[in-house]
Design a protein around this ligand. Structure first.
Ligand code: ADE
Ligand code: ZN
Length: 345
């Protein structure tokens, strides 16, 4: 499609109005401090922080692990199916205001079963929020269950087996948590089993760890999308592979900034990747912790990197093309995208 050039000061409005899909957002990372305190109170869970502002003040990170520690503390307030519904529904309501038409929500069960909460409680609460998303928020949503890579492959197998009775409520399997020292190939067998079961496959790779982790996510795990993948820029053969095979990368710029993957947003490699032909998307990762939901990721990244309306259209299109929705829904969403670009003044 021909994209009309638009005035620089109108670009943020276009980014906000533009229909989009979000493909990399951990629902536990959408728990705002207000909701953490409300759930702590209703479930009588003690917190290490005296109040909402003190908790928010603690959101300063040196790297992925320093974030994961505090993120894990926040998850201890989640106890009931209603808690999981409320968390996901709050995210969906917020995503709707950013013109997200479709989202594929990451969650994990191992964190919660580790606190004595059942797999059914987690999945049924989240699934109900997704099932009600069209009526409540005018959008579609599905679930991707992430294994925690700092745990063993045997524990990932156990997690997969526990979710089997609820398998129709999940579209895909992913891999998250502490990356360095836990390479994708550690989970090759359990990913092969998940594929056999009909799940779509994704994995975090190349967030902090080197390009080798992206190669093995593709070759050993056979994933269809790479979450983050920003370290690919250091390996030209890998960049060529990602372009040739149209492997989507779900990039999360504010996450990369807050976890110090890049010192500033202006040094983010997203523009170089897009201009090299990589099928990148923009996502929020853990929006309650990283200072913004998806539109904030778009507007800050566009301002820092000097991205254009053409890049905006490409990123939105990529988000629908990379999603796991069926062809007819994808075409409807792409038509809505085109209409916004045709009529935007
Ligand atoms: N879990 C939640 N956010 C994550 C991230 N950015 N990387 C790995 N695991 C995560
Ligand atoms: Zn992530």
């Amino acid at each position: 499609m021909h994209i009309k050039p638009i005035a620089l000061e109108r670009l943020p409005a276009l980014l906000r109005a533009m229909p989009k899909a979000e493909l990399h957002m951990h629902v536990e990372g959408s728990l705002e401090p207000e909701m953490i305190f409300a759930m702590a109170q209703r479930n009588a869970v003690p917190l290490a922080y005296p109040g909402i502002e003190a908790l928010r003040q603690a959101y300063v990170f040196d790297n992925l692990q320093s974030f994961l520690d505090i993120y894990h503390a926040g998850t201890t307030v989640l106890k009931t199916e209603q808690d999981f519904f409320d968390m996901a529904d709050a995210y969906l309501a917020r995503a709707q205001t950013d013109n997200v038409l479709h989202t594929e929500i990451f969650f994990d069960t191992q964190t919660h079963t580790g606190h004595g909460t059942s797999v059914e409680t987690v999945i049924n609460g989240l699934y109900r929020a997704c099932a009600e998303a069209p009526a409540r928020h005018g959008m579609t949503a599905s679930l991707i269950l992430c294994f925690l890579r700092h745990l063993s492959e045997a524990e990932a197998f156990e997690c997969l087996e526990q979710a089997l009775p609820l398998r129709d409520k999940i579209v895909g399997i992913g891999l998250a948590s502490s990356e360095v020292g836990h390479p994708p190939e550690k989970f090759a067998k359990v990913f092969a089993r998940a594929k056999q079961l009909g799940y779509r496959l994704v994995a975090h790779a190349g967030e902090e760890a080197p390009p080798a982790y992206i190669w093995s996510a593709l070759d050993a795990l056979k994933v269809e999308r790479i979450d983050h993948g920003v370290q690919a820029i250091h390996d030209s053969a890998l960049m060529q592979r990602l372009v040739k095979d149209r492997v989507p990368l779900t990039v999360c710029p504010l996450s990369n900034l807050k976890l110090r993957v890049f010192p500033t947003l202006a040094q983010h490699t997203l523009k170089r990747m897009l201009d090299a032909g990589i099928m990148a998307t923009i996502n929020s990762d853990d929006p309650a912790y990283f200072g913004g939901y998806i539109n904030e990721n778009f507007t800050q990244t566009f301002a820092a990197l000097g991205l254009t309306a053409q890049h905006a259209y490409q990123l939105a299109r990529n988000s629908f093309d990379a999603s796991f929705i069926d062809v007819s829904l994808r075409n409807q969403y792409l038509q809505r995208l085109d209409r916004v670009f045709e009529t935007f003044e």
